[in-house]
Each structure stands twice: as structure tokens, then as C-alpha cells.
Design a protein around this ligand. Structure first.
Ligand code: GDP
Length: 357
């Protein structure tokens, strides 16, 4: 079912397949259906349900993932009709977050989002399918809580919220200390797989996990950066943004994304070699708006220019003011990026000096 975004069905499904593979699934087939509006009971039409059922039998499929959010009833009806586990994009993204969260806070945020997602889906399930489909959608701290009753889940949600609040307070103390020390902070934002971790590595020679999978970065990583003029800055990597990132997830990760909100300068990393880079940029801006961080100082960093053959394209990209073209992998353009950062920080710091007497 197509929504009025710049993404077409096939791009969105291709990305869904990549997400499924990131979660450990093997993608057997990709199916789409054009409809005026989703079916209330099954999301897709009855004929399509039948078609998928035949396909499932012939290809031995044990998991079906939908690109749009299913209502709890639709999910239940589909599982009953198809006899296999049925997930939607939200559950898949939550599963990937669950596998990859590293910090205590990251883990708590995922558990919270999973509990909130699962709460209306509890009860009335005709099939016990939690272990089918390679466990995808059932992993993570949320899974053991699925079988306990709703009251216990609500209590757990309250406990987690309280603990996250504590962690948040602790972090804000750290931030205050940093601000008193006048160390400017930069935050890397960008669509998932744009090259944020790679750039963080190149800039700081730190060995942060970089891999060609969606969502390699979940928790913020902060590194110290020395600029050519000797000034020091802190550089933070953030969670990768993605289209159709569920709203409750953005809310859940608001605390983690605080680093973005409080940063002095944002570096928006764009995979300029991606055919849909403009739509990816829009998705990032949407999240920044959601965080009320879209009016911050931003340098747009067009990355992966080593993959672009036509130099005219690169020239066109950087004609836009406040942007720079680089290759985080080969180091091309890093010098001019650092220079831009230095200049921007000089202006920002001057602004601060004017405000504070
Ligand atoms: P993140 O999700 O934004 O943190 O992206 P990563 O840093 O994990 O990079 C995603 C993939 O893109 C990895 O396979 C990187 O090796 C690759 N990559 C990152 N920067 C560049 C670049 O400048 N050129 C090329 N060719 N590949 C890059």
C-alpha cells in the first residue's frame, strides 16, 4: 500500500529486505499489492492471503514481514490464516535494536519500546508462534515479559521509565560539566549506512564498529577530536535514522538522541552515491524536526564521493552553501571538512561570547 512519500514501493520493500537480512532472516520472496486502502481484517486482500499461503507451503516459509504497521487484530488474523509468524516493519526494527543495543540505557529504551508495542497485542492469540521465524521479533529483553500479564508489564514500564530518568539526570550532569569546560560538541546525524561510524573512525582514529548492515550504530559513542588549529571538540555518533521510523520509537530514543539536541553543531552525513539520497535526507530532517533540532547549525557532508564517477555531480552537490563532499573511507575532502567545522565553531563560539557578558 503506497503512502504519499517520495519512496516508491519497490525501494521501500528492498530496504525492508535488507533490514530482515540484518536481523538474520533469509529473504525468499518479495510481494507487493496495489490497493485503494488496507483491508480492515487482513491488511491485504483475501486473494492475496491465499496466494501467500500457497507460496508459503511451496517454499517452506516460516516468517512473513509487512512493510507497514499492522493493527493487533490484522496481525492476529494473518497469523491464524497463514499459520506462521507475521511481523511488521516496527517489530522488525525493534528486533534489530534489541540485538544491537550496547549500553544499559540503550537496552532499557528497546525494552520499553518493545513492551509498549506488545501491550495491545497481548491476549487472544490463537497460536503460540513466538519461537518460529528464527525468533525474529521476539528477541531482546522484551521477550520474556510477553507471557506475563498486562498489569506486570505496566509495572515494568514504570520501573524502566524511572531508571531511564536516573540515567538521564546523570548524563545531564556530565553535559553541564562539559559545557562549563567549554568543549564544543559535534553530533553526527544521518540516514543509516550513510557512513557515520566510518567518518568517526577516520576523524578520531577510534575503532568504532563499522559494518555494511543497517543500524550498526545504536548507542551514542563520543570521541575527542583535535581540529587543525589545536582546538578540541567532542564528536558523537548517533543512531542511524531510517524512513518510517515509528513515532513511538523516536519518542523512546529521545533521551539517546539528546546528544543531537544539545550539540553545538550537527554534521549531516549523506550517502551521495545512493540513488535515493534526497529522500533519505528528508527522512533525517523529519526526525530532526521531531526533536526540534532542525534549526541548529548544520554542515551537510556528502559522503562516498569515491563511488561517484561524474565530477559534475559532486560540484553540483557542494554548490549549496554549508556543505562539503568527502570520502570517509579514503580520507578525500576530510581537510576541508575540518576547516568548515573550525570556521562554524568560531562563529558559534563568538555568538556565545556576545550573549554572555
Ligand atoms: P553508518 O550506519 O552511518 O554508521 O554507516 P557505516 O559507517 O557503518 O558505513 C556503512 C557502509 O558504507 C560500510 O560498509 C562502509 O565501509 C561504507 N562506507 C562508509 N563511508 C564510505 C565512503 O566514503 N566510500 C565508500 N565507498 N564506502 C563507504
Amino acid at each position: 500500500i503506497e503512502k504519499d512519500t517520495g519512496w516508491n514501493i519497490s525501494d521501500s520493500l528492498k530496504e525492508l529486505a535488507q533490514l530482515a537480512e540484518t536481523a538474520g532472516a533469509q529473504v525468499v520472496d518479495i510481494i507487493s499489492q496495489r490497493r485503494e486502502r488496507p483491508d480492515a481484517a487482513f491488511f491485504i486482500g483475501r486473494g492475496k492471503v491465499h496466494e501467500i499461503n500457497l507460496l508459503r507451503q511451496s517454499k517452506d516459509i516460516n516468517l512473513i514481514i509487512f512493510d507497514d504497521e499492522l493493527s493487533p487484530a490484522q496481525q492476529r488474523n494473518l497469523e491464524q490464516a497463514l499459520g506462521v509468524k507475521v511481523l511488521d516493519r516496527t517489530a522488525l526494527i525493534l528486533d534489530i535494536f534489541a540485538q544491537r543495543a550496547r549500553t544499559r540505557e540503550g537496552k532499557l529504551q528497546v525494552e520499553l519500546a518493545q513492551l509498549r508495542y506488545n501491550l495491545p497485542r497481548l491476549g487472544g492469540q490463537g497460536l503460540v508462534l513466538s519461537r518460529l521465524g528464527g525468533g525474529i521479533g521476539t528477541r531482546g529483553p522484551g521477550e520474556t515479559k510477553l507471557e506475563v500479564d498486562k498489569r506486570r508489564i505496566r509495572e515494568r514500564i514504570a520501573d524502566i521509565e524511572a531508571e531511564i530518568e536516573q540515567i538521564k539526570k546523570h548524563r545531564s550532569l556530565h553535559r553541564e560539566r562539559r559545557q562549563r569546560a567549554h568543549v564544543p560538541t559535534l553530533a553526527l546525524v544521518g540516514y543509516t549506512n550513510a557512513g557515520k561510524s566510518t567518518l568517526l573512525n577516520t576523524l578520531t582514529n577510534a575503532s568504532v564498529l563499522a559494518e555494511d548492515k543497517l543500524f550498526a550504530t545504536l548507542d551514542p559513542t563520543t570521541r575527542r577530536l583535535k581540529l587543525p588549529n589545536g582546538q578540541e571538540a567532542l564528536l558523537t555518533d548517533t543512531v542511524g535514522f531510517i524512513q518510517k521510523l515509528p513515532h513511538q520509537l523516536i519518542a523512546a530514543f529521545r533521551a539517546t538522541l539528546e546528544e543531537v539536541v544539545y550539540a553545538d553543531l550537527l554534521l549531516h552525513i549523506v550517502d551521495a552515491s545512493h540513488p535515493r539520497y534526497e529522500e533519505q535526507m528528508d527522512s533525517v530532517f523529519e526526525v530532526l524536526r521531531e526533536l526540534q533540532a532542525d534549526t541548529k547549525d548544520i554542515i551537510t557532508v556528502f559522503n562516498k564521493i569515491d563511488k561517484i564517477e561524474n565530477p559534475n555531480i559532486i560540484a553540483r552537490l557542494v554548490r549549496e552553501s554549508g556543505s562539503v563532499a568527502i570520502s570517509a573511507l579514503t580520507g578525500l575532502g576530510i581537510d576541508s571538512l575540518l576547516e568548515q567545522v573550525q570556521n562554524k565553531l568560531r562563529i558559534i563560539t563568538t555568538d556565545v561570547c556576545l550573549v554572555i557578558p
